[in-house]
Design a protein around this ligand. Sequence first.
Ligand SMILES: [Zn+2]
Ligand SMILES: [Zn+2]
Length: 94
Amino acid sequence: MDSDKQMYDVDLDCAECGKHISQLPFQPSGDRPVFCSDCLRAKRQTRAPRERRMYDVDLNCAECGKHITQLPFQPTGDRPIYCMDCNRARRGDA
Ligand SMILES: [Zn+2]
Ligand SMILES: [Zn+2]
C-alpha cells in the first residue's frame, strides 16, 4: 500500500503570510483562502483550546430543581433554565 499522501501541484500564495505554496494535500476549491502548512498548524493550535465563557447565576433547574450556579449563557429570565443533566436529556429526546 502506498502510504504517501497525494499532493496537488498549485501556484498560490498563503493567505496569511504570503509564502509561496507549490503543493497542497488537497485540490484548492478557489472559494476559500489557502494557507501554508506553518500557518495552518498555528491556526489549528490557537483554535483548539476554546474556552467557553461562563456566567455566575443563582437559579434552580425548572425540571429537577437542582441549584445552578453557572451557565454558558446569560439567562434572559423569559424562559425556563435547566441544569446540564436535564438540558442533555431534553436535547436527547427532542
Ligand atoms: Zn503562511
Ligand atoms: Zn435539572
